[in-house]
Design a protein around this ligand. Structure first.
Ligand SMILES: Nc1ccn([C@@H]2O[C@H](COP(=O)(O)OP(=O)(O)OP(=O)(O)O)[C@@H](O)[C@H]2O)c(=O)n1
Ligand SMILES: C[C@](O)(CO)[C@H](O)COP(=O)(O)O
Length: 240
């Protein structure tokens, strides 16, 4: 099946507090040049013909200002703005319930990953449609070690098998719903969406993404984000 033959929805999760960023304003609302980080993220998905429906999940206190973003920035595919939960996984579950009926394939994306490209999103969608479930990821460049609470190395996994996992993460909708329902029943909370599906014993594939698809997490990510945005704009200027 081709991407265009399916009805795709996207849940953009942005209900976190941004504790590691440490700013008074949650990081998804910090300005990156002329727009909030979250708006940069939403614009990419909103611009893609293959996507039918977007649900934005934010803190209860931010629902009204995000509804204003939707009209101010002309984000036509954002059909719902929903309040999130205490953990990322709960926010995903709430967003998934708010997606329209008829959406049979879904992606989950972090609101604070504004540099994902339509090309990478399509790679993730294509891989998911071939296998049932896929995540964007990049091979790790450093040697990764497991370290115990005393600061002593306990293992060095072989680097060739290690990938840094990003979003979007794409699934047949019914599969992700089943995984999240089982996780809730087991009181399991994962750090990404694939974990809920992996626990069902269903394989999740990896689609190779870009190192620039960073999750803006700590203050040192902000100057790098400005640099990446300037590069993007330069590339677009060169293309025109
Ligand atoms: N209860 C939560 C927690 C996180 N997120 C979202 O999940 C994405 C990835 O999470 P992370 O970078 O950890 O964001 P925060 O939880 O905001 O950051 P921190 O852990 O530093 O508080 C972010 O877009 C965040 O807003 C969410 O929707 N609901
Ligand atoms: C989903 C994710 O972005 C994949 O790298 C990541 O696991 C989110 O984790 P966080 O603890 O919410 O930053």
């Amino acid at each position: 099946m081709a991407i265009a033959d399916a009805k795709w929805g996207v849940v953009v999760v942005a209900a976190g507090r941004g504790t590691r960023m440490g700013t008074a304003e949650s990081k998804q609302y910090l300005m990156l040049r002329d727009k909030p980080i979250l708006v940069h993220t939403l614009e990419t998905f909103d611009s893609m013909d293959e996507i039918a429906d977007i649900c934005l999940v934010v803190g209860q206190q931010d629902v009204e200002r995000c509804k204003a973003f939707v009209s101010d920035y002309g984000l036509h595919k954002v059909a719902s703005v929903t309040a999130g939960g205490s953990e990322r996984q709960h926010s995903v579950q709430l967003g998934l319930s708010a997606l329209r009926g008829g959406v049979d394939w879904v992606m989950v994306h972090d609101g604070v990953r504004p540099f994902v490209t339509p090309k990478a999103v399509r790679a993730c969608m294509t891989t998911a449609m071939a296998t049932g479930a896929a995540v964007l990821a990049v091979p790790v460049k450093d040697t990764i070690k497991q370290v115990n609470d005393s600061g002593v190395i306990t293992a060095t996994p072989e680097r060739r098998s290690l990938w840094a996992i990003q979003t979007p993460q794409a699934f047949r909708r019914s599969l992700l719903e089943r995984g999240l329902a089982q996780a809730a029943a087991d009181r399991f909370v994962g750090t990404d969406d694939a974990m809920a599906v992996e626990r069902l014993g269903v394989p999740v594939s990896v689609a190779e993404g870009d190192y620039t698809n960073i999750k803006i997490t700590t203050p040192d990510d902000l100057p790098y984000a400005e640099f990446l945005l300037a590069n993007r704009e330069r590339e677009r200027g060169t293309d025109e």
